[in-house]
Design a protein around this ligand. Structure first.
Ligand SMILES: *Cc1c(COP(=O)(O)O)cnc(C)c1O
Length: 399
């Protein structure tokens, strides 16, 4: 997607607008799968971006799907993923949601002892499951996106291994997979090797083990100085450790990963229009026709998104603070160098494919943006822009 194509999409479909480049999704997936071997499978973490068309593209690439709600599972089925290519990894759901997923025949990943017991008492070993282990590794870009540390709600503590074993023995559970996911934006590939070694240490306690799922957290660059996770190095190091373990243990295992952000982040751009330029005593604000209700990552995670002025790419550079239109502190970027911005100019937020539209809301009774897919040189609308009636759709007027 060139900048001119982006500008013409803004004209055709209006703003605010999310656009996704299918080619980039394919490139990222291929880069990853080429770095590993036939024993490795990638289950795209659907919560990063779940538009049904994006899921269909990823299904056709041959990936699996990692789902965190029963609705994501159903979206996956709708997109054409067969049950054996779907893994359901919920957190804090009750047994009935897990049972709904069992009806569909997908892989089930259980992340606490209470559900493990309930499941075992009811189904014993009749339905093989994964368990999510919390290895207590601190990894990831920041505390909010780190999930493997000691205070995290995710997974069953590695220190509860004996408890897991007791439940397994007393109920006859059939545990076919071990899973961990320690966080997001992990640069250091050694974290995965370290995690894998922890998995190997406990593997002998699970005689039916077939799968080791290392979750994800592969990093993509948000600033010019950042680098993405070196997947070739990751592949070499992890496969090396994996081979050593398989030879020593005589086990024949499959290795799974669950990349979300790595697959879709860079495919996405978020386009907004400048409504107001507001000079104050302290700064020059660029006020755009969107807000954290459409792209929450800057406010929620202090995330950086690179911003460019598509309408005036050669204008002199000036320093701006880019803000949204929500009535609450709503800053996309402080002190950002942009080519001179005028009212009406179209700005692009790069790297907005993951956790962008997906985390959007109707806060301030504003409408959600449209989504466009750029595929084979053609831009197609894949979600219509909301209209006023959508705000009232599920409301019941009793007065
Ligand atoms: C969110 C999530 C992922 C994907 O993480 P990314 O940082 O987007 O790659 C993978 N697995 C599980 C269980 C998750 O919750």
């Amino acid at each position: 997607m060139t900048d001119n194509e982006l500008l013409s999409m803004a004209q055709t479909f209006g703003t605010p607008l999310y656009t996704y480049d299918a080619e980039k999704i394919k490139q990222q997936y291929n880069k990853l799968s080429n770095a590993f071997d036939k024993q490795t499978r990638f289950f795209y973490a659907c919560k990063a971006l779940s538009n049904i068309n994006v899921l269909k593209i990823i299904e056709q690439l041959g990936a699996g799907l990692d789902c965190v709600s029963i609705h994501e599972v159903n979206l996956g089925v709708r997109a054409g993923f067969s049950a054996d290519r779907i893994l359901f990894t919920p957190n804090c759901v009750d047994l009935s949601e897990i049972e709904e997923a069992m009806q569909l025949g997908v892989h089930i990943n259980i992340d606490n002892i209470s559900i493990l017991e309930q499941f075992g008492n009811k189904y014993a070993g009749s339905y093989p499951i994964f368990i999510r282990i919390n290895p207590h590794i601190f990894a990831g870009g920041n505390y909010k996106i780190s999930t493997g540390h000691i205070d995290s709600k995710f997974g069953i503590s590695i220190h509860q291994l004996r408890h897991i074993e007791r439940v397994m023995k007393s109920t006859g559970l059939n545990i076919e997979g071990l899973h961990m996911h320690t966080g997001s934006e992990i640069k250091d590939v050694d974290v995965f090797v370290q995690g894998l070694e922890i998995m190997f240490e406990i593997a002998e306690h699970f005689p039916n083990l077939k799968y080791v799922d290392m979750g994800s957290g592969f990093k993509v660059p948000y600033t010019k100085d950042e680098v993405e996770t070196d997947v070739d190095r990751l592949g070499k190091k992890v496969l090396n450790a994996f081979d050593t373990f398989q030879k020593a243990s005589g086990k024949d295992l499959m290795l799974w990963f669950e990349p979300g952000k790595y697959i879709v982040s860079e495919s996405g751009c978020f386009l907004v229009k400048t409504n107001v330029i507001k000079q104050t005593t302290a700064t020059v604000f660029v006020g755009v026709n969107s807000g954290f209700n459409h792209l929450i990552r800057p406010m929620f995670y202090d995330a950086y998104h690179h911003i460019e002025n598509l309408s005036n790419p050669n204008g002199p550079e000036r320093i701006y603070t880019v803000v949204g239109n929500i009535c609450e502190t709503d800053t996309f970027a402080w002190d950002r160098k942009l080519n001179e911005v005028k009212e009406g100019d179209i700005l692009v937020f790069r790297n907005a494919g993951a956790y962008g539209f997906e985390m959007s809301s109707n806060f301030n009774s504003r409408l959600k943006p449209a989504e466009v897919l750029y595929l084979d040189g053609k831009a197609q609308l894949i979600r219509r822009r909301e209209v006023f009636e959508d705000l009232l759709k599920n409301q019941i007027e009793v007065l």
